[in-house]
Design a binder for this molecule. Structure first.
Ligand code: SF4
Length: 319
């Protein structure tokens, strides 16, 4: 097969040499850590600083991983071979193989039967919906004509966000990155899975948007690309169909990018991250030696692995 000629920017992104993290004296941080710290600093302390690395996998995380892999593989084949080839993939087989592989690796006990049955019922409908409605991947934002190139899947960004804390290194992976050469536009997509989709409060949640806004900032810095040439977008796959309140049409896939993505919002996201760094690390990269506040809450404690361990967290709310 003739190898496709990649646009120069894509070649340059693909050949970028990443900063290496030396775990002997550097700490790696992520959006998940910051998000956990914002919800309950004590949980972050127990899990990341004190090393009580409890297994937090459950049916939702295994479903999410398998769905990511299935969709990313579809995009890989669609963009690097052809849409026809991608549409010939048996997505259901691919999903279950990824699901059981991740379940075997990460679940410490068997899935409750009713949880598994719920996923088993929902998956064929979601994948069938995706197969019949995937044209939007190619058409969106393509006003100037020309084609989108898939730059990468799980593209890593690795950098020190605050140069006064150079041993604290942010590491993240971008689910899907596309490039539209004619408009010189990059699109960064984060895939989310959810039971019922996102409601308007979830869409307005700054902490959810912060993840993509930070990715945008780091992508700009790592690859030296102007802010206006990068768009970020969530694609939300919901297990239960969501009804459009205006048309009544039901959907399992929703895209969401209608939030401010400019300098102010990026700075706001960066401040959240910077606050996390300053609260948790010394300037040499070592963890701060202090006790962090616990924020018990019925919903927040639900998925916390320490909620029933009174030795580690006295105030956790058991379900
Ligand atoms: S059980 Fe609740 S309060 Fe305790 S660490 Fe976990 S989230 Fe925080």
């Amino acid at each position: 097969m003739v190898k496709k000629q990649l646009p120069p920017l894509v070649t340059s992104i693909k050949s970028h040499k990443l900063q290496e993290i030396n775990y002997a004296y550097q700490k790696s941080i992520s959006y998940s850590q910051m998000s956990m710290f914002n919800k309950c600093p004590k949980q972050w302390q127990l899990q990341y600083r004190d090393g009580h690395m409890e297994n937090t996998s459950n049916v939702h995380t295994v479903f999410g991983t398998a769905m990511h892999e299935t969709l990313q593989n579809w995009c890989d084949v669609a963009f690097n071979q052809s849409v026809t080839a991608a549409n010939k993939i048996n997505l259901l087989d691919y999903f279950w193989e990824a699901f059981f592989k991740d379940a075997k690796k990460n679940l410490t006990k068997a899935l409750p039967k009713e949880e598994f049955l719920a996923v088993e019922n929902d998956v064929p409908t979601i994948l069938d919906y995706f197969t019949k409605n995937n044209g939007w991947i190619f058409s969106r934002g393509n006003k100037k004509g020309g084609k989108w190139t898939l730059v990468d899947i799980e593209l890593p960004v690795v950098l020190s966000p605050n140069f006064n804390y150079s041993n604290v290194v942010y590491k993240g992976y971008l689910d899907l990155v596309f490039y539209h050469e004619r408009s010189n536009q990059i699109k960064i997509i984060d895939i989310k899975t959810s039971t019922k989709g996102w409601n308007k409060w979830q869409k307005k949640d700054d902490s959810k948007q912060a993840q993509l806004l930070l990715y945008k900032k780091f992508f700009m810095e790592q690859f030296n690309i102007p802010m206006n040439n990068i768009e970020v977008e969530f694609i939300i796959f919901s297990r239960q169909a969501k009804e459009n309140p205006y048309s009544g049409a039901k959907t399992h896939v929703e895209t969401f990018s209608s939030f401010a993505q400019g300098k102010n919002k990026i700075n706001k996201a960066w401040k959240q991250l910077n606050n996390f760094i300053i609260e948790c690390f010394e300037t040499n990269g070592k963890y701060k030696d202090k006790e962090y506040e616990a924020k018990p809450d019925k919903w927040g404690c639900t998925f916390c692995p320490f909620k029933d361990n009174k030795l580690l967290c006295e105030v956790g709310v058991s379900s």
